[in-house]
Design a protein around this ligand. Structure first.
Ligand code: ATP
Ligand code: MG
Ligand code: FE
Length: 351
């Protein structure tokens, strides 16, 4: 089964062709991502109106390249999937409209994909992970621990009550004058810093419910940076290293709490899975690897290009739904807010 996937929910214009042949991992025939870092750099964050216009300009070329790289014609496709949310509505409209148009031209089924479901199922694309698994979904807009029981069957065990983890990395980078997106910058600077210089808090540590709170940690970094101002390059390294050390501890502690609840309710997970942009973070991956092996399972985290937003994950989620006979009409409406565990995400649910 060959599926074209389109991603335009935030600041990446992306298209990919993925093949699914039964259970087991999929095959990525092409994966084209055009980022918008330059367009938004001056603003220190994503500007929705600029993002939507950039998607309009880039999408046709990105899709053409994805088809060409894969050596596939539109008529060879078995379906077209587009991210229909959650995300910035302007961008979602661009990708959704284009996806419907390609499906119409190809006379093939259309699937409106939940962007978070696509992150959640990436471990099946890359590693063929079987259900049920425990998922840490940590990105720029979300931080959740979920039991993934099947396609469309997600139970949220916990989530952040304030900032997302990626958002905390981004805000700290901005505060310290580093570039956007902040995660990779903070990780880089942390490598030459002292993780023990500042004793930042580990919010929620030891709580049974696997929720996160990250805004207090972010504020603690700001207060410290202001206290020692003017800050040197070495201070920036130390602030990044000490923040990241706290973030790693928080992730490990909250994931451990979720493991307990998962085991009580669902038994043994087939894997601990990490997804979303923050899953690219080296020390976080290492901590989760240790946690998984310590509890008799393994960590599955996507290769770095598949952690952040991409078209392959959308195509794959579309393929998984098509394989279950789940398709959507060309009247499928954008869903700028679309929680993964709501009834709306259940198989067969219509807009
Ligand atoms: P969502 O998926 O919630 O809609 P999004 O699509 O913007 O949000 P992603 O593209 O999945 O999020 O991830 C981007 C986020 O990941 C950014 O906040 C970025 O700083 C963070 N990130 C990327 N690389 C790293 C890293 N190495 N360490 C920490 N955070 C990182
Ligand atoms: Mg992004
Ligand atoms: Fe994302």
């Amino acid at each position: 089964m060959l599926v074209l996937g389109l991603e335009t929910t935030c600041d990446e214009t992306a298209a990919a062709i993925v093949r699914r042949c039964g259970e087991g991992p999929g095959e990525i025939l092409s994966n084209v991502v055009r980022g918008q870092v330059e367009e938004h750099a001056a603003y220190g964050g994503v500007v929705p109106e600029i993002a939507a216009r950039a998607h309009v300009e880039a999408l046709d070329g990105v899709v053409a390249k994805a088809l060409k790289d894969a050596g596939v014609a539109v008529t060879d496709l078995d379906g077209v999937a587009a991210a229909a949310g959650p995300g910035l509505v302007g961008g979602v409209i661009v990708g959704l409209t284009a996806g419907k148009a390609y499906a119409l031209v190809a006379q093939k089924p259309f699937v409106g994909v939940n962007h978070l479901e696509a992150h959640a199922l990436t471990a099946r694309l890359t590693d063929g992970v079987a259900f049920p698994y425990l998922l840490l979904l940590a990105s720029g807009g979300h931080t959740q621990l979920l039991a993934v029981l099947g396609v469309g069957r997600y139970v949220r065990l916990g989530s952040t009550i304030d900032d997302a983890l990626g958002e905390a990395f981004d805000k700290i980078a901005k505060m310290l004058g580093l570039g956007y997106p902040g995660g990779p910058e903070v990780e880089k600077r942390a490598r030459s810093g002292d993780p023990a210089r500042f004793a930042f808090p580990r919010p929620m540590q030891g709580r049974a419910e696997p929720n996160f709170s990250l805004s207090g940690l972010k504020t603690a970094v700001r207060i410290e940076a202001e206290r020692i101002a003017p800050i040197s390059e070495a201070d920036v390294d130390d602030l990044c290293a000490s923040f990241q050390a706290a973030a790693v501890d928080v992730v490990a502690d909250r994931t451990r709490a979720a493991q307990r609840i998962f085991a009580e309710r669902y038994g043994r997970p087939t894997a601990l899975v990490a997804a979303g942009g923050v899953a690219a973070n080296g020390p976080i991956r290492q901590a989760l690897t240790r946690l998984a092996s310590g509890s008799g399972t393994r960590l599955v985290a996507p290769p770095l290009p598949l952690c952040g937003d991409n078209g392959a994950m959308i195509a794959w989620a579309g393929a998984e739904r098509l394989a279950l006979g789940l398709t959507d009409g060309l009247d499928f409406a954008p869903r700028p807010r679309w929680p993964l565990d709501a009834a709306a995400a259940q198989p067969g649910a219509k807009a």
